[in-house]
Write a protein that binds this ligand. Sequence first.
Ligand SMILES: Cc1cc2nc3c(=O)[nH]c(=O)nc-3n(C[C@H](O)[C@H](O)[C@H](O)COP(=O)(O)O)c2cc1C
Length: 331
Amino acid sequence: MKKNVDLSCTYMGLKLKSPLIAGSCGLTNSIEKIKKMESYGVGAVVLKSIFEEQIIAEIGRSVKTIESEYMHPDALDYIKNYTETTSYDAYSTLISDLKKEVSIPIIASINCVSDGDWIDYAKRVQEAGADALELNISILPIDFEMTANELESKYFQIIRHVKNKVTIPIAVKVSPYFSSLGKTLKTFSFYGADALVLFNRLHQPDIDIEKMKVIGAGLERKGTEFYNVLRWMSIMSSHLDCDLSATSGVENGKDVVKQLLAGSDTVQIATVMYKKGIEVIKDILSELSEWMEKHEYKSIDDFKGKLNFKNISDPNVYLRIQFMKHFAGIE
Ligand SMILES: Cc1cc2nc3c(=O)[nH]c(=O)nc-3n(C[C@H](O)[C@H](O)[C@H](O)COP(=O)(O)O)c2cc1C
């Protein structure tokens, strides 16, 4: 890593050595792996999510209602098994042990779908020593009686309730599937989100046409999520007061630079660590440092948001959603 660039930044008031965060996934559930991530230079780690029992009960109900239509029994077994093998005490212990072993901020993560009793657990996460809490709120809109407003208000209640319970900062990780996305994200911030994580990649179903069964889509499906995040990062960083973190499809240092230029405060990675190993963190940060040096930026703040919606001369480039030769460069 180059010595004459400073990668440090702040995220939700926390001081980070670099804007690269190891996002919540199966690799962020062990002290050994997180120690390695720290040694390679990540600024913070988001722990593998815990599903609060109350929430799991809620998920269990949702799953049951759609089971026959969409779900493969394996998925159901996975969720049930996950609940049984993940205890809250173990999660709290992981946090408090980690705080003794590493000095980077530890962001706990809770997957939730309801404003229920589980919210008390947020306080325990704080007491265990978590520096912040990321709420992964993903409610599948399969209630055909529920309006968009009613559904969104569920998100708002969860954020407000958790915010009242804890004093550590909270980030809210969401999907892009809201009818009026800009307004909804702004309201998340209004209700107390200290940061928004754009956008959660939801587990997707696929079909194995030989075995004639529904399977998980797996890690290979990158799709165009990265670019959708880039678009909304540039727009929201021009309109929001809270911090932002980019997730989905980030694979190298160039991708990190792009999200920072679009206005993100931090950038999260998950799949690329599975594909290339945790060591990829070093390569990504080297590439980021080299780019900064080449362009004579000494700190992240020198270029963060430089190409976001409000800082470019023609912001319409972020608003084009239909292919036209002039803009897309292809017929
Ligand atoms: C195997 C795996 C497990 C994941 N588990 C969680 C999780 O428990 N909680 C969560 O919020 N996100 C989880 N994610 C989502 C990632 O944090 C990330 O937002 C998403 O995969 C998109 O980023 P990527 O393209 O860098 O993987 C998981 C992702 C993977 C690949």
